[in-house]
Design a protein around this ligand. Structure first.
Ligand code: M6R
Length: 353
């Protein structure tokens, strides 16, 4: 049942501290500051890594490929429906990672089968034990989020992020202490967001908006895409996520005083500074700005609303900040009386190409 929550989606959002702990259990060597993924003991990565996935899982894949690139490993994320091994160079030296909550998505399964036929090693990052992806791939990494009933992927996205972070440490090698520290603190930080979020007030203020825009850079770019996908699928309203730097290459023309812009600004480095530059651009056009921030930078100065998150490592900040966007989408949909757990036209598992 829904254990007192109004919707499964809400329950699953609130379950995240628990599901994330479950994902990390036994995988973090506290003493050595190392990640251990026993099920991948015989995984040897010799060459480039390709991710294939759809929807929310594709956003996790984009994040996963950024994590590997940061470690000097050539990596790329593909929409599974756009992946065709006869067009995309793939061969025996490649690892192809299918990111799929259900393990049954037709487009992702086809991409994995094509990659396997081309001689690539395959890995399923999935939530469902013995799913098609888990059975057919050479390796499986389970995200252990527990069953997700709501059509909107929430806790599974967070667990994909954490599992892919662990995977990047294992594949990338090197010193993972900072990442491990960040990972271990994610469940508590997500709990803090759940306890203190003002997303409901932000949702009430903007429930009548014409459209919702989300901007972020680097690890927060996939989060901007995910924030927009969650908003459109459960509220049926127009939402778009952009790499913050792309705004002035077109989307800025859409920005008005009726289109709130959610800006993901964590940390106080170069990336935050550049996104703040974009925040000033939308503010100058009269758009309401909602900053999702840990307060490290001065973005609040330019924001109409702040959704506060605890300070985290840059990698962990993407999981923590995303929870605020899940809550905003949930509350807007709730106020609009939408069918939150079963949005129109959508299915939990898409088993046709
Ligand atoms: O089961 P999968 O992760 O392969 O599903 C892929 C997408 O259909 C899925 O992530 C979808 O975008 C979400 N349910 C949206 O919230």
């Amino acid at each position: 049942g829904k254990s007192g929550y109004d919707h499964y989606m809400q329950k699953e959002i609130y379950e995240q501290p628990t599901s994330l702990r479950q994902c990390l259990r036994g995988r973090v060597d506290e003493l050595e500051g190392e990640i251990v993924l026993e099920e991948l003991a015989d995984l040897a990565v010799e060459g480039p890594v390709q991710f294939v996935a759809c929807g929310t899982s594709y956003h996790a894949a984009l994040y996963g490929s950024a994590l590997l690139q940061e470690r000097g490993i050539p990596a790329q994320a593909f929409l599974a429906s756009e992946y065709a091994s006869e067009r995309i160079p793939v061969g025996e030296d490649h690892l192809v990672v299918g990111v799929t909550q259900s393990g049954e998505t037709a487009d992702t399964m086809r991409a994995l089968r094509e990659a396997s036929a081309a001689g690539a090693e395959t890995l399923a990052v999935t939530n469902v034990v013995a799913s098609s992806a888990a059975r057919e791939c050479d390796h499986a990494l389970y995200i252990r989020a527990g069953p997700e009933i709501g059509v909107a992927a929430t806790k599974t996205f967070a667990s994909q992020q954490v599992a892919l972070t662990a995977l990047a440490c294992v594949i990338g090698g090197g010193d993972s202490r900072e990442v491990v520290r960040g990972l271990r603190s994610v469940p508590d930080k997500v709990q803090t967001v759940l306890d203190e979020s003002t997303a409901r007030e932000v949702a009430a203020e903007f429930v009548d908006a014409d459209a919702y825009f989300f901007i972020g850079r680097h690890y927060q770019y996939p989060v901007a895409l995910e924030g927009a996908l969650k908003m459109k699928e459960i509220t049926y309203k127009h939402a778009e996520g952009f790499a913050a730097g792309e705004l002035k290459h077109g989307p800025l023309a859409l920005v008005t005083e009726r289109t709130p812009v959610f800006a993901l600004v964590t940390g106080d480095g170069e990336i935050a500074r550049k996104t703040i530059g974009n925040v000033k651009e939308v503010e100058a056009r009269g758009a309401p700005v909602v900053a999702v921030t840990d307060g490290q930078s001065d973005v609040e100065q330019y924001a109409d609303h702040v959704l506060r998150v605890p300070t985290s490592t840059p990698v962990a900040a993407a999981t923590v900040a995303n929870v605020q966007l899940q809550l905003v989408a949930y509350w807007v949909a709730n106020m609009l009386g939408r069918s939150i757990d079963k949005p129109r036209n959508l299915a939990k598992s898409v088993t046709v190409e």
